[in-house]
Write a protein that binds this ligand. Structure first.
Ligand code: NZQ
Ligand code: ZN
Length: 392
């Protein structure tokens, strides 16, 4: 196991009606004037936004609001949010929505306290200071409710890039599984896929002897394989949604990723797809992950075979471990298909003729120097081959 530091101080309020504690929690974490940030309207239609405002009012907390965050959030609204916060003397950002809203909130929170262009953080500068952020999560997926990360798309060039820093870890996150019951099935499935991707990206490591985190990841994947189909079959199943919601947080606050190198090639390759085609991030990952895994599994066949045996219940073929490894990847594909996810470029709306553009943005865009690295290092030619493997 590698040396590591781990700092994850988010306060979680989990369960039914938890959003009614929003005002009390903002006050506890020092907020007196809040920016309520939200997306395209689901929180207005569900009545959640009104309940949150009422809770803030009851706690004597003032607020201003900014809606309109799009999935795959854009830089334009972040600039608008930063200006609004400065003008209104906002001292706390409250995200009400999914990963896109939370990430936009984190970008605003960091940008308000920074003299330069907030995009510097998405070009490699670490975030050291930010206004405090709280979240009220409405979809189990990105894990941003417990992560120190934010992903934003720069409209100029459509680069989708991430920024990090403990300063943007939420001070609190409110997780009420009932709030996810209004999700369309496709979004629920995309969220399940994203959570499973976060687990795979950590499982694919070059660090030896990491049994504790291996076992935790396997346990969370087994949970997703059990609960995913239950929630697709019965969207009102509170218990299944509760297990998925907590698994989504556990998958990405890095408790299961410490002390080991991680992959993130699937995420980087997918981010170009959601930047160019505006597809759901999880749906893009359903198409990307199997292609990446089939391309890289020979780098450590036994790791893939172990996952296949322990998580998918495949029979170990000691003479031909690559057969076991590939059987595990096939199980993942079948699972993703069974919950309604796309598996090909075509189903995603992606086009073969765009591959050079995707590779250019992935390997050279916004300061990159010709490759991406993770479990293995992939150059532009590798990435082009991987995108081509997604065409069925
Ligand atoms: O905008 P509204 O109207 O709220 O609708 C959203 C949106 O259309 C809808 N939705 C959310 N909760 C709902 C609901 N509809 C009905 N009922 C509800 N309860 O779902 C759609 C998707 O929302 P979004 O916030 O985009 O989903 P998600 O949480 O999957 O976030 C995706 C973004 O997170 C990034 C992705 O790249 C993508 O941009 N990621 C962020 C990470 C992080 N910060 O740590 C890590 C992830 O790997 C990921 O890259
Ligand atoms: Zn993700």
């Amino acid at each position: 196991m590698d040396n590591f530091s781990f700092y994850s101080p988010t306060f979680f309020e989990f369960g039914k009606d938890a959003e009614n504690k929003a005002g009390e929690l903002v006050k506890r974490f020092g907020g007196s004037k809040v920016l309520i940030h939200y997306g395209g309207g689901s929180v207005v239609r569900s009545g959640l936004l009104d309940r949150v405002k009422k809770s803030l009012e009851e706690a004597g907390v003032k607020y201003t609001e900014l809606g309109g965050v799009k999935p795959n959030p854009r830089s334009g609204l972040v600039y608008e949010g930063i200006e609004l916060c400065k003008k209104e003397n906002v001292d706390f950002v409250l995200a009400v929505g999914g990963g896109s809203t939370i990430d936009s909130s984190k970008a605003i929170a960091a940008g308000v306290l920074y003299d330069g262009d907030f995009w510097d953080f998405y070009s490699g500068k670490r975030i050291e200071k930010a206004l405090p952020v709280g979240t009220i999560l409405t979809i189990a997926a990105a894990g941003s409710e417990g992560s120190p990360d934010s992903v934003i798309t720069k409209e100029e060039g459509m680069f989708k890039r991430g920024a990090s820093g403990d300063a943007i870890r939420p001070k609190f996150s409110i997780l009420n599984p009932s709030l996810t019951q209004t999700l369309p099935a496709y979004q629920t499935a995309a969220g399940i896929t994203d959570i499973m991707a976060h687990l795979h990206e950590r499982y694919l490591t070059n660090t030896k002897e990491v049994e504790v985190t291996d076992r935790l990841i396997e346990g969370l994947l087994l949970t997703m394989i059990h609960e995913g189909p239950r929630v697709i079959a019965d969207p009102d199943n509170y218990e299944a949604r509760a297990n998925i919601m907590w698994a989504g947080m556990m998958a990405h606050n890095n408790a299961v990723g410490v002390g080991r190198s991680q992959d993130w090639n699937s995420h980087n390759i997918e981010h170009e797809l959601s930047a160019l085609y505006d597809c759901a991030h999880g749906a893009g990952l359903a198409v990307t992950m199997p292609a990446v895994f089939k391309y890289v599994y020979k780098h450590d066949v036994m790791r893939f075979a172990k996952l296949a045996v322990r998580v998918w219940g495949c029979q170990m073929d000691f003479d031909h471990p690559e057969v076991t490894a590939l059987a595990g990847i096939a199980c993942l594909e079948n699972f993703l298909k069974s919950i309604g996810m796309p598996l090909s470029f075509e189903e995603l709306g992606a086009k073969e003729e765009d591959i050079p553009k995707l590779v250019e943005a992935l390997c050279y865009g916004d300061g990159r120097t010709g490759s991406i690295s993770g479990f293995v290092t992939l150059d532009a030619e590798d990435c082009a081959k991987i995108y081509r493997m997604m065409i069925k």
